[in-house]
Design a protein around this ligand. Structure first.
Ligand SMILES: Nc1nc2c(ncn2[C@@H]2O[C@H](COP(=O)(O)OP(=O)(O)OP(=O)(O)O)[C@@H](O)[C@H]2O)c(=O)[nH]1
Ligand SMILES: [Mg+2]
Length: 419
């Protein structure tokens, strides 16, 4: 089965917590603070994998979590940074935020690491809080926490030329004689079930040709296999429309041509308007008295390229024509999009909810506060209280009826309300 979409979950690493520690040395019982900072969490990158052409690897492996930063150590040692994760996808994979559908990246270039999610920063160790008036800070900062994201991957194959046509007209055979690709070839319809890519060499130039499953009438409306595969020629620069000119299966080449053009038009105007060459294949079994070539040329108003993939006649010329056409066309390019940006957490925002007489406070403001607070250190607690008061949270609590002794939970910190 061909897999060209996937849903995955990614999470960059949390930052490591800062450490509370004091120097313990002989003859120095009250040494200064020496707690180190936490390490940075691992980042999430994406990269194009030259050996991948489907998203099958993501069918089961769907969760990617970069390592968390390690906590700081004593002796001012910074915690180790978490390892990054590089998620390898086929070239042409478009990465979207699953909820909004916003595009985050188009993995287009080989060798380019795309940083999408940054790991959390490490918290400061207590050594950082040492001042002339506060020689022994017994608090540190927790590392920054990251959010897990749900992503949608969508492969849109990247190729210079897309081979299209009815089933069994010889598309895969053609690919096999113009490139090193070894696609499956057989005398029945829908032999090809997923796109094949081949690199065609022409002097110094290489170009990529994609062979997709055969289209049939109605493919653009979901009949047959065609519709979903048209996505894989959306990004080509040139369409190579292959027609069985011999009519060996009892169809008429001109009618075939029209039907496939109709499919493209129904799918998208962009595909319909792409530059196109028309290849008349199976010339080796074309009846001597047939007027098929003339009728097709009359219909499209220009010459068709006559080949036989079976005997390889005309194939060299075909490669030359393809290369020449491409020369005058704009190069392959990533899609144009406004990169989706996740909404920043509002760091002034908070919300109070009373559940069974307990006051729960959440939101961007207290997230940050909780990360920096050590409740069992009096300095830290005083600082926390001052921040809460300055931000109006203590007032809000009182207005909501909080009394001395009531329980308040701020993110993961629990304490008694006291004014
Ligand atoms: N006589 C003759 N037979 C050909 C030629 N090209 C392909 N064939 C035969 O036509 C049949 C279909 O070829 P494929 O290359 O599998 O056709 P396809 O268009 O890729 O077919 P689907 O993948 O099913 O869409 C095979 O039996 C080939 O050997 C040709 O130039 N002449
Ligand atoms: Mg095929």
């Amino acid at each position: 089965m061909f897999v060209d979409t996937a849903t995955i979950y990614v999470k960059a690493g949390n930052g490591g917590d800062g450490r509370v520690s004091f120097l313990r040395a002989k003859y120095q019982p009250l040494g200064g603070p020496d707690g180190g900072n936490g390490g940075k969490g691992g980042d999430i990158y994406f990269e194009a994998d030259p050996s991948a052409s489907t998203l099958i690897d993501f069918k089961y492996a769907r969760h990617f979590r970069a390592e968390n930063g390690e906590p700081g150590g004593n002796n001012n040692k910074t915690g180790k940074s978490g390892k990054d994760i590089i998620i390898k996808v086929p070239r042409g994979t478009i990465i979207k935020d699953a909820e909004s559908g916003g595009i985050l990246a188009d993995v287009f270039n080989y060798g380019e690491k795309i940083l999408l999610f940054k790991g959390g920063i490490g918290g400061n160790g207590n050594a950082r809080y040492c001042t002339p008036t506060r020689r022994s800070p017994a608090f540190a900062e927790n590392g920054e926490k990251t959010v897990e994201r749900k992503l949608k991957l969508e492969l849109k194959t990247i190729a210079d030329i897309g081979l299209i046509g009815f089933p069994n007209v010889g598309k895969s055979t053609l690919l096999s004689v113009i490139s090193q690709a070894k696609p499956k070839i057989a005398n029945y319809h829908f032999t090809t079930l997923s796109p094949n890519l081949g690199v065609v060499k022409y002097f110094e130039n290489n170009f990529i040709v994609a062979d997709i499953p055969g289209l049939i009438e109605g493919a653009a409306d979901g009949a047959g296999l065609g519709y979903e595969f048209l996505r894989h020629i959306e990004r080509v620069r040139l369409i190579a429309h292959v027609v069985d000119i011999s009519g060996v299966e009892g169809r008429d080449p001109v009618e075939d041509y029209k039907a496939i053009r109709k499919e493209l038009e129904n799918y998208s105007q962009k595909l319909f308007e792409l530059p196109e060459i028309v290849i008349a294949n199976k010339c080796d079994i074309l009846d001597e008295n047939s007027d098929n070539i003339k009728r097709l040329e009359d219909y499209i108003g220009r010459e068709v390229i006559k080949v036989s993939a079976a005997t390889v006649s005309g194939v060299k010329e075909l490669i030359g024509i393809m290369a020449n056409k491409l020369k005058d066309l704009p190069p392959l390019a990533p899609i144009e999009f406004e990169p989706f940006v996740y909404e920043e957490v509002d760091n002034q925002d908070y919300e109070i909810e009373v559940i069974d007489g307990v006051y729960h406070i959440t939101g961007g403001f207290v997230d940050e506060l909780a990360r920096k607070t050590y409740l069992d250190d009096i300095d830290s607690f005083n600082w926390f209280q001052k921040k809460m008061r300055d931000h109006g949270i203590i007032d809000s609590l009182r207005k909501m009826g909080a009394q001395d002794g009531d329980t308040v939970i701020v993110v993961d910190l629990e304490f008694e309300f006291m004014d």
